[in-house]
Design a protein around this ligand. Structure first.
Ligand SMILES: O=C1C[C@@](O)(C(=O)O)C[C@@H](O)[C@@H]1O
Length: 249
């Protein structure tokens, strides 16, 4: 898959940096800073914006993003409390935010919490009609499910029509990290046309954020000012490590 000349799913994993600021001016500043950074993808975690229910304020951020994200892939994520974020919205309100993303014309990828949706496949079809590409995601902040369960979660999101599938889980031990890496590798081998993103969170899982080129995870998340999940490293360090690994491979 290619967006804005960047290939997702083969070669060096793309580097995604979340914007976690809480007010409009800081969000826009951070978007402009990241537009000049080594990030391939910039994720706006809109759930951290204090004013996400003010649609005009949301539109203003999109207008700024439209100007500065011309060379970066722009990912839009509303992460609910249930899935480890800060946001809480009724389904209709979430639909409104997704519509605003589509209307903005500047969102390349939208994160959809697949298993929180009542009709996820229908929702993905709607987002596709609106011109958006969808990353279907699922988070487990407590544990790493069994291999078969993780495989099934990825396969269900893929069968639901997602363009990219993402799974973030919490390890209890290093075996859990190995399980996630092997499920990732297997999924990629069996579904070469659907990029997969996985991460084992926390310090224990840190290695999973660096070895995507070996095991198949297409995108890795790294922090600039604030980490958006446990175990994220600093973006300059990750960019450097990914490049070093890529040169050897
Ligand atoms: O889904 C993800 C992955 C993530 O949770 C991580 O573990 O790096 C970080 C989030 O910002 C992003 O939306």
């Amino acid at each position: 898959m290619e967006i804005k000349g960047k290939t997702i799913g083969t070669g060096k994993p793309l580097l995604c940096v979340p914007v976690m600021e809480s007010n409009k001016e800081e969000i826009i500043d951070e978007l402009r800073t990241l537009a000049k950074s080594e990030a391939d993808i910039v994720e706006w975690r809109i759930d951290t914006f204090v004013d996400y229910k003010n649609y005009n304020a949301v539109r203003e951020v999109f207008a700024a993003a439209a100007e500065c994200m011309k060379e970066k892939i722009f990912l839009y994520t509303f992460r609910t409390k249930k899935q480890g974020g800060m946001g809480e919205l009724a389904p209709d309100e979430l639909n409104d935010l997704h519509d605003l993303a589509a209307e903005s014309g500047c969102v390349d990828l939208l994160d959809l919490e697949f298993f929180e949706e009542e009709h996820p496949a229908r929702k993905i079809r709607k987002l596709h009609k609106q011109g958006l590409k969808v990353i279907a995601s699922h988070h487990d902040f407590y544990e790493t499910p069994d291999r078969e369960v993780m495989k099934m979660l990825l396969e269900q999101m893929c069968a639901g029509g997602a363009d990219i599938v993402k799974l973030a889980v919490m390890p209890q031990n290093m075996e859990d990290v190995l399980k996630l890496l092997s499920v990732t590798y297997e999924f990629k081998e069996e579904n070469p046309d659907t990029p997969v993103i996985t991460m084992s969170m926390g310090k224990m899982g840190m290695i999973s954020r660096l070895c995507g080129e070996s095991f198949g995870s297409a995108i890795t998340f790294a922090a600039h000012k604030k980490a958006s999940a446990p175990g994220q490293m600093e973006m300059h360090e990750v960019a450097d490590i990914l490049e070093r690994i890529h040169k050897i491979m």
